[in-house]
Ligand binder design. Structure first.
Ligand code: NAP
Ligand code: ZN
Length: 346
């Protein structure tokens, strides 16, 4: 079993530290990836801090992985040495249930295997992308098109697919009014992708301090949710609202912004409940929904879509020694718009 460099959390409260972790030997269907960049997702912070439940430590997070294939198993057909590839939030699923059959492995009826902090097939706990190398079964490895640099592609593996999937599913496109709540890692990808799909895009941010950026990224309109006039001015305006906020927000206030038959889709995953009044839905046949990342086929479609439209993430590349500072800045909504770790600095 190869031992590789990583950054890992020693506990729910301790800072991440430089360490080593074990990777499994490359099996017949496995791909060994030399990781070049790993994005920092707010889910990494929720997970290592135990927001979503207890974890086993040390835990190396990271599910926005971009790198180069450096070895393939004897039966691998989808990838070869030298390929530019990505790995997102899951590294396996049962492959047999109705949802896996439908290409929706993220909704595997037996539970998908998360890229970190999950029980792997061999009974070990998976370790994520804040690391120099990872071994992944070939079906969960996607190709990064040549038109995308690896650093700006890394965040697409979670932030990109998590916003692309509901935008696509709920029909964002020409003639549709789409609002994005929260302009962070997921939010800025939602703006870029919804704009490229042809929708009219409005950002609903806590303040106007990122307005210039939002409009540059592709938003048509930008409002501050700290201003109560926003909720009266925009009442009944949107076909689709994508909520990317990592904390609890007043969902009922946002539901009032939907048109008849509009949908509010929460991809943000705070630890606490998001209470909904029945009348917020009944009043205009509205839907309150959730969405989890996207399937592997859809992830490849998203990468191809982004390459075609020249869409990468807006990133701040950091050395591994700055991971803990980056966590604090993400928690303070001080990110423009994704931190990406240069794994050469591990
Ligand atoms: P992020 O970069 O921290 O962005 C979240 C944004 O939410 C912030 O930039 C901020 O935007 C806004 N926000 C933060 N705290 C707020 C508060 N108290 N009230 C109102 N707005 C607030 O996080 P991210 O990486 O995009 O992740 C966002 C959420 O999605 C997290 O909960 C993460 O776990 C979840 N997630 C879900 C999936 C999925 O499959 N469903 C996948 C990945 C991530 P403004 O400054 O513009 O207001
Ligand atoms: Zn993520």
């Amino acid at each position: 079993m190869p031992t590789v460099k990583a950054y890992a959390a020693p506990s729910a409260t301790g800072e991440l530290i430089s360490t080593t972790i074990e990777r499994r030997d490359v099996g017949p269907h496995d791909v060994l990836i030399d990781i070049k960049f790993a994005g920092i997702c707010h889910s990494d912070i929720h997970t290592v801090r135990g927001d979503w439940g207890p974890q086993q430590y040390p835990l190396a997070p990271g599910h926005e992985i971009a790198g180069i294939v450096s070895e393939v198993g004897s039966d691998v057909t989808r990838h070869k040495v030298g390929d530019r590839v990505g790995v997102g939030c899951m590294v396996n699923s049962c492959g047999e249930c109705a949802n896996c059959d439908a290409g929706e492995e993220q909704y595997c009826l037996k539970g998908n295997t998360g890229t970190y902090g999950a029980m792997d097939r061999d009974g070990t706990i998976t370790q994520g992308g804040y690391s120099s190398h990872v071994v992944v079964t070939e079906n969960f490895v996607v190709n990064i098109p040549d038109a995308l640099e690896l650093d700006v592609a890394a965040p697409l593996l979670c932030a990109g697919i998590t916003t692309f999937s509901p935008l696509h599913h709920w029909g964002a496109g020409p003639g549709k009014n789409v609002a994005v709540v929260g302009l962070g890692g997921l939010g800025h990808m939602a703006v870029k992708i919804a704009h490229a799909m042809g929708a009219t895009v409005t950002v609903l941010s806590q303040s106007l301090k990122k307005q210039e950026d939002g409009l540059r990224l592709g938003a048509d309109h930008y409002y501050a949710t700290s201003d109560q006039n926003t909720f009266t001015d925009l009442a009944g305006s949107f076909d689709l609202i994508i909520n990317t906020v990592s904390a609890v927000i007043d969902i009922n206030a946002f539901l009032q912004l939907l048109k008849l038959d509009g949908a509010l889709v929460s991809v943000g995953a705070p630890a606490e409940p998001l209470p909904v009044q029945a009348f917020s839905l009944i009043g205009a046949r509205r839907t309150f929904a959730g969405s989890s990342i996207g399937g592997i086929k859809e992830t490849q479609e998203m990468l191809d879509f982004c390459a075609e439209h020249g869409i990468g993430a807006e990133i701040e590349v950091i050395p591994a020694s700055k991971i803990n500072d980056a966590y604090e800045r993400v928690l303070a909504s001080d990110v423009r718009y994704r931190f990406v770790i240069d794994t050469a600095t591990l």
